[in-house]
Design a protein. Structure first.
Length: 203
């Protein structure tokens, strides 16, 4: 299995998940330019990461890739203990990160997609910061009394972690969200996470 990733993008979450499995995998780290090169567009015509190639099987879309990783390496327990309920709980929080949290950042990364007038961009970003904070408050509440989003280490946790790194880089106020702060500290110290950050030049 080969993962294509860009440092610090949502694909870094997949890299962490693969590292956590302890299984064999390859990684190709792409630049923004390489993502638009013909060689990569033949793998993912959208020119986006992540993508994985496993033999003759090519898969894109983060949530699908996370599920594939979990099912390929079931002993890692990233989709739960094999029960329907734990799989659903892991999928619920992966969906939260993928569908609620990640898109909330889009106006901060690309305000021009929401309004062509640059004079409106500060207002768009301010609204987005408020929304991001609100979504993180839900994650903070979920982490009360828990180390992991689903109650066990799952494929949702690396995705949450990467968005926390984005928030830190953007200077988003997460003060008072102590459960999230403790979660990020645990992830920062995790051996597998540290290995991925080093491999992607993020440490």
């Amino acid at each position: 299995m080969k993962l294509y990733t860009k440092p610090g993008a949502c694909s870094t979450a997949d890299h962490i998940a693969l590292q956590w499995t302890g299984g064999p995998f390859e990684v190709e780290i792409l630049s923004r330019e390489a993502m638009k090169a013909p060689e990569y567009l033949a793998i993912n015509p959208a020119g986006a990461v992540p993508a994985i190639v496993d033999g003759d099987f090519v898969l894109t879309q983060n949530a699908a890739i996370m599920g594939y990783i979990a099912d390929t390496f079931p002993a890692a327990g990233l989709g739960g203990d094999g029960s329907t309920r734990q799989r659903a709980e892991a999928a619920r929080w992966l969906s939260f990160a993928n569908s609620d949290l990640h898109p909330a950042f889009t106006p901060l990364f690309n305000p021009g997609a929401f309004h062509p007038d640059e004079g409106q961009h500060d207002a768009i970003k301010a609204a987005a910061r408020k929304r991001v904070r609100g979504v993180f408050e839900r994650a903070d509440a979920q982490l009360a009394g828990r180390e992991w989003l689903a109650g066990f280490r799952s494929f949702a946790d690396p995705y949450l972690y990467i968005t926390l790194r984005w928030a830190h880089g953007l200077g988003i106020d997460l003060s008072g969200l102590d459960n999230l702060a403790a979660f990020k500290a645990r992830m920062d110290a995790d051996e597998g996470v540290r290995a991925v950050l080093t491999a992607e030049g993020l440490d």
